[in-house]
Write a protein that binds this ligand. Structure first.
Ligand code: FAE
Length: 526
């Protein structure tokens, strides 16, 4: 089967019985208004992902009133169900006419403020979450604590002992991290891809590890027994999980709302920021509808501002506001950016005579291959699912490598967009690791490099984990306050210098816990 045929066959398989047609963009253009007056709030947080949700909870618990502006939709409140992988719908893409998954984008869409967005740069595409809950709505829930030795290398100035004894256990509890039951894993047909992946890894001489997750595995067991509606076992994940996953709207944000001190305004996109003479901030914001039309231009003003718009969102706001309004920035902003070593790859013809990787696959990964301590080829890889509704004898892996050559994010004033200095040289070592890994796996088990999923078998341009650009202790003080500012804080993935060696949200959550605890202790928030 060649690549084209593979894609065509798979596309037919995934579309199944669904009759798909494009709809014309029908939403009536509403009248755009300007509320005229400035809306004042003592503390504003931009973005409701991990950084924003943790900051909101701890500030609200300490009695502060917080206003959170989120450009995406509040899905829980809207009551609109999430789509699954086989039938992309409203939740599947941020205002796009076609689906934007890493592959198999054969589905036409009516533009809607969906939860998955793809930011396209010259040499890399970056996927991010949009909506109340940020990346927690779209991600695979893999809740991995970094290796202590690497954490120390990445953050030499942090007290690692305190992190491993206090902040990491705290966030594992509050994010509701749990581990799959080995008995369930052993027999469940939906985890054949993991069992095959682990057997093959052992055969090739690699070490495997169990990966914790925020998906409730007890719920999954009930799904399997048909006692509750299915989610992970019904191909739900990157377009949202209707059940089972403990995303931030069910954990940190829920608790923050329960304090009565948090107000969340969804569909509010902050366009740029201005620093005022009295050291407060003005936020120029657009209130949009679910078709992306601007309902109103709104102006907010706050004494203290926390940027938690995610690595790319925070950098966009800082660099754009600097270009547009002269927002003062220090020279470290945009530096030390990395893709967390993300390198997607795969293998075809995996056990084709014995049912391959399985026609039924859970969307929640639970297995990983740990080659981090190998001096020549250090990497960690997730044994990823490929739930296409049929067996395609294909194994998918997301490698996470070191990022020894970092990139840089700048702002292009002419076309008013972010620019990423990132090319083949940044991923050269990652490619060598991927080649080594695939070669060893194929030598030991059979199979071929996955030409059917990717050109040349490698997806070097797929990034789920953008990190850095506003590094803790470099662009900010030791707790995330931006250098050169009295009332501006950055608390999200941009604090991590481009790499952490594992899936990053546990680290982002722990770093934010650490920063916000200390900022509150220092009476930063009046
Ligand atoms: P993030 O969660 O991205 O939240 C930022 C929020 O700010 C979003 O809700 C934005 O809509 C909002 N925003 C941005 N700009 C504006 C603006 N101008 N105005 C108003 N709101 C704005 O930031 N990580 C793991 O650890 N495990 C996984 O299994 C995993 N799987 C992933 C799978 C996929 C498909 C993707 C895309 C990511 C995955 N990640 C995973 C990465 C993880 O979700 C990501 O690192 C965190 O969500 C980043 O957290 P932040 O707080 O930095």
């Amino acid at each position: 089967m060649d690549r084209k045929k593979f894609i065509k066959t798979s596309a037919l398989a995934v579309s199944g019985f669904y009759f798909l047609y494009s709809q014309l963009f029908q939403a009536a253009q509403p009248v755009r208004g300007n509320q005229g007056k400035t809306i004042k709030a003592p503390i504003i947080i931009i973005g409701s992902g991990y950084g924003g949700a943790v900051s909101a909870l701890r500030l609200c618990e300490s009695g502060k009133k917080v206003l959170l502006l989120e450009m995406g939709l509040n899905w829980e409140k809207s009551g609109i169900p999430y789509s699954n992988l086989l039938k992309p719908g409203k939740s599947s893409a941020w205002l796009k006419k076609k689906s934007i998954a890493p592959f198999m984008n054969i589905f036409s869409l009516t533009p809607f403020t969906g939860i998955l967005d793809r930011l396209e740069f010259e040499n890399i595409n970056i996927w991010v979450g949009r909506g109340v809950g940020g990346g927690s709505l779209v991600n695979g829930g893999m809740a991995v604590t970094p290796k202590e030795s690497y954490f120390k290398e990445v953050f030499p100035n942090l007290d690692a002992e305190k992190f491993y004894n206090h902040y990491f256990p705290l966030v594992q509890k509050d994010l509701k991290v749990n581990v799959i039951d080995e008995e369930f894993l052993k027999d469940c047909p939906y985890y054949k891809f993991t069992r095959v992946g682990e057997q093959e890894a052992h055969q090739a001489g690699f070490k495997t590890i169990r990966v914790p997750n925020v998906y409730d595995f007890k719920y999954m067991e009930k799904e399997f027994r048909n006692e509750v509606p299915r989610s992970a076992l019904n191909t739900e994940v990157i377009y949202g999980n209707n059940h089972g996953k403990n995303s931030l709207d069910k954990t940190y944000l829920k608790k923050a709302l329960e304090t009565g001190n948090l107000e969340i305004l969804d569909l509010h996109r902050v366009e740029d920021i201005q620093l005022n003479e009295d050291k407060s901030y003005t936020l120029n914001t657009q209130h949009i509808d679910t078709s992306g039309n601007i309902l109103a231009d709104k102006t907010f003003q706050c004494d203290q501002l926390i940027l938690s718009a995610g690595t790319m969102g925070t950098l966009q706001l800082l660099l754009k506001s600097n270009a547009l309004n002269g927002l003062p920035l220090n020279e470290k902003i945009g530096k030390s950016w990395g893709n967390n070593g993300n390198f997607m790859t795969g293998r075809n013809w995996v056990k084709p005579l014995s049912g391959g990787t399985g026609s039924k696959q859970s969307t929640i990964p639970v297995g990983g291959i740990d080659n981090w301590d190998n001096k020549e080829h250090p990497f960690f890889t997730e044994i990823a699912p490929l739930p296409m509704g049929m067996d395609v004898a294909t194994a998918l892996y997301l490698l996470i490598n070191r990022v020894d050559k970092k990139g840089e994010v700048t702002y292009n004033k002419i076309n008013q967009s972010l620019q990423l200095n990132w090319d083949k040289s940044n991923t050269a070592a990652m490619r060598e690791n991927a080649k080594y890994f695939i070669r060893k796996m194929n030598q030991a088990n059979g199979g071929t490099r996955s030409h059917l999923l990717f050109n040349n078998g490698f997806g070097a341009d797929i990034c789920y984990h953008p990190l850095g650009g506003c590094v803790l202790g470099e662009a900010t003080n030791e707790y995330g306050k931006l250098n050169g500012h009295d009332n501006l804080y950055v608390l999200d993935g941009s604090l991590i210098p481009g790499t952490i060696g594992v899936n990053p949200f546990v680290t982002i959550t722990a770093i934010t816990e650490y920063c916000i605890e200390n900022l509150i202790k220092q009476n930063e928030f009046a």
